[in-house]
Design a protein around this ligand. Structure first.
Ligand code: SF4
Ligand code: SF4
Length: 451
């Protein structure tokens, strides 16, 4: 069986896993946003003047879809106020003045041997340690796994890391292979499944060989080498490549019996359960033509982008764009003061060299966007209806099924802003649905008031 999918592109990968991980000195002040996950934002648990230890829980929300946040350094809380967030806007954050002591918090003890076999204890620890989808989705992992119990028979660990530039997953495989396998085993136990499949692109053959040398079957894991093609790491495409199952439009992975968890998330689960360590740091690839050289930086959560760039050697040119994640699916940040969060796999500082924007582009009707869409969509028509704000047309061409992978934009010779348009269109659909819901609720309330 060929482990891949239809469509996709082969961008210039610009990866540098041969660069060893550098440990970044944490900044004098870390800024810990209360929203680092999909779901209810946390409420601060600390006040200005409080002393906090490294790993202490400083924000939480009891809502089921949420994940607590923890201090990434020890020191004094100097502000609890809205600060620039990597996704834009000002979001409530706890600012800690670093005392450079890294005084550890001992609230989370490593799980006992018995607890390491107990799905409920593992899930509870995932939640308490603030584990979220660290491939970028930032969905609370305990909630995701719990929701799949009884429906999911196949666990897939995503080791594609197909986005250009990013190396954190590959380096985690090479530097912590046994810990990673143990982390995957924990996800497997918590998911109540017999076997996990670890899909890894073949451009990480060294990691595939290393993991295979450690007898993954002993942990209930099979390594699945995958073709190197972007966006192999897309959730639906991983499922297709590993199992051959198709996730239909509107369907969730659990609908075809699958759950997909990222490499870095599995490693975070290992740290949470075996070491009692919450999510307070991760490997962040810092690169792009504005940087002197690429760096794979072990970075504390809450490190401002400007400080991170400085610690990684600084700029050779003034950056024009800060991209969070990879260049294909990443989002643009607007402030050097915004900090890294749990889902930050890369911070790319780009100059005009990478800016492919064309003023007033015109479609050539070449169909090259259609040939690469991994979701079998027709971007040229989606864009046409988007331009007219024609909801019926956009719906007809399934615009909401777009996974925003960027393959169509990458392959478009006219440089049409396709993916950007589809992201906006999806937001338009969300806004329309919210407005319709509000209208229906208002009408129902008015009717009830009349009676
Ligand atoms: S239409 Fe969406 S899913 Fe298809 S290639 Fe473009 S961005 Fe990717
Ligand atoms: S690839 Fe670009 S130019 Fe070609 S049909 Fe698609 S949108 Fe038009």
């Amino acid at each position: 069986m060929s482990h891949t999918f239809k469509g996709g592109v082969h961008p210039n990968y610009n990866k540098a896993p041969e660069i060893p991980v550098s440990v970044i000195t944490p900044p004098a002040q870390v800024v810990i946003p209360m929203a680092q996950h999909i779901g209810a934002p946390c409420k601060p648990l600390v006040s200005v003047g409080d002393y906090v230890t490294m790993g202490q829980k400083i924000g939480e929300n009891p809502a089921p879809v949420s994940a607590p946040v923890h201090a990434s350094v020890s020191g004094k809380v100097v502000a609890v106020e809205p600060r620039p967030h990597p996704l834009g806007d000002m979001i409530m954050a706890v600012v800690i003045e670093n005392d450079y002591q890294d005084t550890p918090c001992t609230d989370l003890a490593p799980l006992t041997e018995e607890q390491l076999r107990d799905p409920e204890a593992i899930l509870e620890r995932m939640r308490e340690a603030g584990v979220v989808g660290m491939g970028g989705a930032m969905f609370p992992t305990a909630f995701k796994i719990r929701g799949g119990i009884g429906k999911v028979d196949t666990l897939i660990i995503n080791g594609a890391e197909c986005e250009p530039y990013l190396n954190g997953d590959h380096l985690t495989m090479l530097n912590f292979p046994e810990q990673l396998l143990k982390g995957i085993e924990l996800v497997r136990i918590a998911s109540h499944v017999e076997k996990a499949y670890y899909g890894i692109e073949k451009n990480k053959q060294d990691a595939i060989d290393l993991l295979n040398s450690l007898d993954p079957a002993k942990y209930g894991i099979e390594i699945v080498p995958e073709e190197v093609k972007y966006p192999q790491g897309g959730e639906k495409l991983q499922i297709k490549a590993v199992t051959g199952r198709e996730v239909k439009p509107g369907q969730l992975p659990a609908g075809v019996g699958c759950n997909v968890v990222s490499t870095r998330t599995a490693y975070a689960i290992y740290q949470a359960c075996y070491e009692g360590k919450p999510v307070i740091e991760r490997i962040v690839t810092v690169a792009g033509s504005a940087m002197k050289a690429p760096v794979n930086a072990l970075t504390r959560v809450g490190t401002p982008f400007g400080y991170l760039a400085e610690q990684c050697g600084g700029f050779v040119k003034t950056p024009r764009k800060i991209v969070l994640g990879g260049p294909m699916m990443g989002i643009c940040a607007t402030s050097f003061d915004a900090p890294t969060v749990k889902g930050t796999a890369g911070v790319l500082f780009f100059t005009e060299k990478e800016d492919k924007t064309v003023k007033d582009p015109h479609c050539l009707r070449c169909g090259k966007c259609i040939s690469v869409c991994p979701m079998n969509l027709e971007p040229v028509f989606m864009y046409m209806y988007y331009s007219k704000h024609d909801f019926a047309g956009m719906e007809k061409f399934h615009i909401t099924e777009c996974i925003e992978c960027g393959s169509c934009s990458y392959n478009c010779p006219a440089r049409m802003p396709l993916t950007h348009a589809f992201k906006t269109a999806k937001l338009m659909f969300q806004a329309k649905a919210a407005a319709e819901k509000a209208k229906a609720e208002a009408a129902a309330a008015a009717k009830e008031a009349k009676q």
